[in-house]
Write a protein that binds this ligand. Sequence first.
Ligand SMILES: [Cu+2]
Length: 176
Amino acid sequence: MSIIRNTERIWWHQPLDREEKIWVSIALVWCILITLMMPVMHFAGKQNAPWESYRISKEKFAEFTDKFIEKYKIGEESGVAVVQPPPDSDVFLIGRNWRWEPILKLEKGKTYRVHLSSADFEHGLSIYPINMNFMALPGYDYVLTMTPTESGSYYIICNEFCGIGHHQMLGKMMIT
Ligand SMILES: [Cu+2]
């Protein structure tokens, strides 16, 4: 025997009453509006992720990063190289198990081509506190053209679960 004996739709009333009609209309208009905002913001918004990316082997990218670090290294912080590249140059940033290398020292108002990749697994580059997020994928050189607008220290965390040391995967950017 079924617990529900009365299957009649007693909760169902049609047509909708006036108040319900108003709320459904507001929700519908809002849905249409935010749907239209998507293509509009694709062209008008300034928050679109960059489109430039290339295929590269993990080894080659790691080699470029090591050469870049060697060339512009100015110091070290907790065992990680601090690098100060000149404006308008190619900058390399790599996610390795489990840290971001190197620590970048960039100038406010200057433009840099930041090449982002991973030496092993998928990592997520998340810049705090400005909340900018990009994927660092092994085998891909993702080029982010960056012009820092505010000075200060920015922290990089990994927002893609990448293994046992994921929670320790921190990096840093200094804008002067
Ligand atoms: Cu991670």
